[in-house]
Design a protein around this ligand. Structure first.
Ligand code: FES
Length: 152
């Protein structure tokens, strides 16, 4: 065997020896987590003829405080109870400035964007720029324990 073929063969052999750990890491059977999403995986989320889609349950909302569903991203849906009215509210949590996901403030009376500091009221209205447009709201209805949202 010529020297250059031997070196190529050794290089390929060395690379091949790295494959099993790489392949086993890919085949661990684990699904990568969806950061920040806490939607319920065990409900039928197919869309009804009226355009509403079940995205969570009342017990889930009571247990978690919020439901963040990213299945329809970029039209993600954040569901929460308005602290004053106790009404179930759903809005798109993507900041209207550049699309970061807003977060509920510690006192739960506004949303804050972690990227450039925009703030929004619980009704989605802009309280503090640089965002100029409000967070879009979605229609919500409740059927039994299901929370249905018209996000399309
Ligand atoms: S992306 Fe939210 S303030 Fe810039």
């Amino acid at each position: 065997m010529e020297r250059r073929y031997f070196i190529r063969w050794m290089t390929l052999s060395a690379l091949a020896s790295l494959l099993p750990p790489t392949l086993s890491a890919c085949d661990s059977g684990e699904t990568p987590p969806t950061p920040s999403s806490n939607n319920s995986p065990d409900i039928d989320t197919s869309m009804g003829e009226d355009g509403f889609q079940a995205l969570g349950t009342i017990p889930q909302l009571e247990a978690q405080g919020t439901i963040l569903d990213r299945r329809n991203a970029p039209k993600s849906v954040l569901i929460f109870r308005h602290p004053d009215t106790q009404a179930i509210v759903a809005l798109n949590p993507m900041c209207t400035h550049q699309g970061c996901t807003v977060e509920l403030s510690a006192d739960e009376n506004r949303f804050q964007c972690p990227c450039h500091g925009s703030q929004f009221g619980l009704d989605g209205a802009v309280l503090s720029p640089p965002a100029e447009k409000p967070l879009p709201y979605f229609e919500v209805k409740q059927e039994g324990d299901l929370i249905l949202v018209k996000a399309q």
